[in-house]
Design a protein around this ligand. Structure first.
Ligand code: ADP
Ligand code: SF4
Ligand code: MG
Length: 320
């Protein structure tokens, strides 16, 4: 079946004075219509760089993107703005402070000249109502809203062009825990109503588990494990995934290596040879320094990139 979004061999970096940081080092991902792919990993592992390359805020070094099987022209992203939009972590930083709520949500429609003026007003009112912003607030400025309300406006703005895909980069990380669930529930409801596809990025595994159908784990620019959400939760195979899980209350993961992250993420300016996780992996062997492990299928759509995962896959999966 054709996927809503396909990301193929994506490489993207940042130029710095000390050289090029290859923050995304060859990523393949796909998302079906109406589904969420959750992307997790520590801060600095390249999640936002991937999001920005997909949405066109950064030009990828190489790779391809397609929407519903149609290749995307990487240099003319404006053409795809109606298909793919982004919800940012900090709606305050991403919303023009001088525009009212109504104007913020209407602006993309004006820029893309969709609908008549009267239709635009009606549409924006209905959309704001849907995301839970009452009419009395439509003339307010961003600073007059709470964090949760600002993120609701950010979501309405992202949905104004009726995209098929939303990239949500840490959409609730800046919010109070009590407000997080409300915004997550809103995203889940909107997905069901509009059959939206989400690339949902968070460093918080439990938040990702709550909203996702699939989980991909990123480490230093690469995807090291991917699979259906409950499969990853109950049978994490990559030592890095297991280390991340150990920081949550996950007591469902089967018997396998216990891994703790006691050192810092290495600099992506000079990533380790072979397996990029090897400098922090207690299970590393000689092969890990020499050969890059590719993602290998482990049944049920579960893939893992580790030379040794087969050694514990039976005991880990047995408990599931
Ligand atoms: N604008 C930038 N200029 C230079 N380096 C950057 C820039 N943005 C991100 N990086 C670097 O790219 C790497 C990945 O960062 P990022 O994509 O923000 O990770 P994450 O979102 O997972 O925290 C980090 O080493 C970060 O320092
Ligand atoms: S390939 Fe080697 S270093 Fe990498 S996670 Fe597996 S055991 Fe650890
Ligand atoms: Mg980020």
């Amino acid at each position: 079946m054709t996927k809503r979004l396909e990301i193929t061999d994506l490489v993207a970096g940042h130029k710095t004075r000390r050289g090029v940081v290859q923050a995304v080092a060859g990523v393949n991902l796909e998302i079906a219509a109406g589904e969420t792919l959750g992307l997790v990993g520590e801060s600095g592992c390249g999640k936002s760089s991937l999001a920005r390359a997909v949405i066109g805020l950064n030009t990828p070094t190489s790779g391809a993107l397609s929407i519903n099987g149609d290749p995307m022209d990487m240099r003319r992203r404006g053409n795809h703005a109606r298909d793919i939009q982004m919800v940012f972590q900090d709606p305050y930083g991403s919303l023009n402070p001088r525009l009212t709520v109504q104007q913020l949500v209407e602006e993309p429609l004006t820029v893309h000249r969709t609908r008549s003026k009267a239709e635009r007003k009606t549409f924006v009112k209905a959309l704001l109502d849907r995301v839970g912003i009452p009419e009395a607030m439509h003339d307010r400025l961003p600073h007059q809203l709470s964090g949760g309300q600002r993120q609701r406006v950010g979501i309405a703005r992202a949905l104004s062009l009726e995209p098929k895909i939303l990239i949500c980069d840490e959409p609730v990380s800046a919010l109070d825990v009590s407000v997080q669930a409300q915004v997550l529930n809103l995203l889940v409801e909107l997905q069901r109503e509009q059959n939206l596809s989400y690339l949902f990025i968070s460093h918080d595994l439990e938040v990702v588990r709550y909203v996702s159908h699939w989980i991909a784990v990123m480490y230093l620019g690469r995807i090291v494990e991917i699979g259906p959400v409950e499969e990853i939760w109950s049978s994490p195979l990559h030592p890095y995934t297991r280390a991340l899980m150990q920081t949550t209350g996950n007591d469902a993961m089967g018997e396998g290596p216990e891994v703790k992250l006691n050192s810092e993420l290495p600099s992506p300016l000079s990533p380790p040879s072979g397996c990029r996780f090897r400098t922090r992996c207690p299970l590393a062997i000689e092969k890990c320094a020499q050969e890059v492990p590719d993602l290998q299928e482990n049944g049920k759509g579960h893939q893992v990139a580790c030379h040794r995962a087969k050694e514990w896959s039976a005991t880990v999966s047995a408990a599931a």
